[in-house]
Design a protein around this ligand. Sequence first.
Ligand code: NAD
Length: 261
Amino acid sequence: SARRFTNKRVFVSGGSQGIGEAISLAFAREGARVAINGRKKDKLDDLLPRLPKVTAGPHIECVGDVSDEQSVIDAIDKAFQEFGGLDVLICNAGIQIQSPSESISLADFGKVLSVNVTGVMLCVREVLRHWVKDGTKGSIVINSSVHQIIPKPGFLGYSASKGAIGNMVRTWALEYASRNIRVNAVSPGAIVTPMNDAWVKDPEKYKAISEHIPMRRPGESSEIAEPTLFLASDQASYITGQTLFIDGGMTLYADFEKNRT
Ligand code: NAD
């Protein structure tokens, strides 16, 4: 496809593996300079040389933990300084911790919220701070989940966090619409990534998961990356405050596929 991001500068949180890696690769292919964020430098070191170099300037690493305020301030500052600005923010970093709700620890509940909610808030705040000052008409895409609307028993923090993202996106979208800053979300269904090793690497679980998806298969990271780039691009210039569900039909009340009278 045509290069939609020539001369654009993009920050991708949690960009070193899974969906974030696919998003980083896709932006680089389309001409963007990419700042990849993650907690582990060695994983960023592994991805950096694999990012296609279409633009003159190099891609960069912004090591940092999105749940740590100073770490986010430093990572985003580095991107603004080295790139001279940013045009797109992708908040992709996210975690889940499984536990029955009657015995969930405060630490585990808090940890998921601190990455999935506070971490997104901090990245968005730091980017908005610059954009409001310099008048950039930027675009933000948050990686939410079908669990923004489908309950996820045994993953209370994850459910809470993705539910929160839906309203945060709508709140930011309204607050910054008049400045031409757009904020949207993608909500993946079941995607083949390291987060899902538990069923991806187990043929029986893989089959069970596939059977309850209307399209009868999980998605690939690239199938999330492409719609993410669309929402970030000028092709979506009049879209803000929306969540795009990318789930092979998972949010369509799959059980109603069988004819009911
Ligand atoms: P993943 O575990 O493969 O990747 C997550 C990335 O986030 C990793 O690079 C990880 O290092 C990074 N990360 C985690 N905590 C971080 C922190 N504190 N600071 C910085 N980076 C951190 O997972 P994935 O499947 O690629 O998930 C990416 C996003 O997509 C998450 O927000 C997840 O909730 C969402 N999602 C995934 C699926 C799926 O089926 N895989 C479905 C719906 C939503």
